[in-house]
Design a protein around this ligand. Structure first.
Ligand SMILES: [Ca+2]
Ligand SMILES: [Ca+2]
Ligand SMILES: [Ca+2]
Length: 340
């Protein structure tokens, strides 16, 4: 049995909380946030020895009081060595990510446990494991990035510094209304940035817009006398509309392709940039139906025969819209009596 002291300090107040917990090193990692309600104040403290423990302390009347205790399940996983409080599901209350970088299936793959605030408690919903890579130490660093893909939910970066033969990897996961998308959205290899990088992802700092483009960027530390700044690209939102003739049966223009009667169909596709700056080169594909169980009836002029999809590109500038006209071809025998 050990006694640990956690201090909550501002300019004039010092609060000491004595905790009796079964494992030591309480305070190895700490994080602060808002829980169990949007105005509530909570401190999470990790004690990673033995099976590992995370203690949640709520700030009430100037004192920190034990609110919830979360126990790790695997001996030596270092559960609680890394903590991050952030609002993943945008309900106004912070959620908790707990790193266990030495969690082992074969050897030290690492794991991150995700707890979502629900009914006044942190409840485990998801376990993240990166690529389950041998000796990766996934979860060595966990950092909130803010909302880098502009979908209204905060995103998170997780380091696995010993993955890829100690060159290191950083994973990006996206928050959503259920908490977090369990599969990563991006895997960033240190080796692809520079072969000199070692232990890329040992430390991560995010949530700051370093280049002023309106999107938060990511700074990643390594053991190679190098710090890497990864800049977020801006999000562009483009609307796409396809205009078809209202009465396709009355299209008068008949086509013949390879001796087979066809009906021509003039269509217009329009794109408008709703969000984003600069010049965008847009490549688009037109295809009648992507359902492989359905026989397509619409094609496009091609050489030497009709093709089922058409690929084209155009340039969109700031706030601009642009349209292109294309001719579709419908086989007569399939067209009669049915709509496209
Ligand atoms: Ca939340
Ligand atoms: Ca997001
Ligand atoms: Ca930026």
């Amino acid at each position: 049995m050990f006694t640990q002291i956690i201090m909550c300090v501002n300019l004039v107040i010092v609060v000491l909380v004595k905790l009796k917990v079964l494992s030591c090193r309480t305070g190895y990692a700490v994080a602060a946030g808002h829980f169990p309600h949007p105005n509530g104040k909570v401190v999470a403290a990790g004690a990673p020895r033995i099976n590992g423990t995370v203690i949640l302390l709520s700030l009430e009347d100037g004192s920190l009081k034990k609110y919830q205790e979360i126990l790790g399940t695997q001996l030596g996983a270092y559960f609680g060595a890394v903590l991050c409080l952030m609002d993943l599901n945008s309900d106004g209350m912070d959620d908790l990510l707990v790193g266990a970088p030495q969690y082992t299936e074969i050897r030290d793959e690492g794991r991150v446990y995700v707890y979502i605030s629900n009914a006044g408690k942190m409840q485990e919903t998801t376990q993240l494991a990166g690529s389950h890579a041998y000796n990766a130490h996934f979860g060595t660093a966990i950092e909130s990035l803010g909302d880098i893909n502009d979908d209204g939910f905060q995103d998170v970066a997780i380091g696995a510094p010993q993955e890829d033969d100690f060159h290191g990897v950083v994973y990006i996961y996206q928050g959503d209304d259920g908490g977090i998308v369990p599969h990563y959205s991006q895997k960033i290899f240190g080796r692809k940035i520079s072969t000199r990088l070692k232990m890329f992802g040992q430390s991560i700092s995010g949530g700051k817009d370093m280049d002023g483009n309106g999107y938060n960027d990511l700074t990643v530390g390594s053991f190679a006398d190098a710090v890497v700044l990864l800049r977020s690209r801006e999000i562009q939102i483009i609307s796409a509309t396809v205009h078809l003739p209202s009465f396709t049966k009355r299209i008068p223009q008949a086509c013949v392709e390879n001796g087979v009667s066809m009906i021509c169909l003039n269509m217009t596709v329009c794109f408008k940039k709703l969000k984003g700056t600069g010049t965008t080169v847009l490549e688009y594909t037109l295809q009648e139906n992507v359902d492989t169980n359905h026989q397509p009836r619409l094609g496009f002029p091609g050489q030497p025969k009709v093709v089922r999809c058409l690929v084209n590109r155009l340039v969109l500038r700031d706030g601009s819209s642009s349209c292109r006209r294309h001719m579709g071809i419908v086989q007569v025998r399939l067209y009669v009596g049915s709509k496209i």
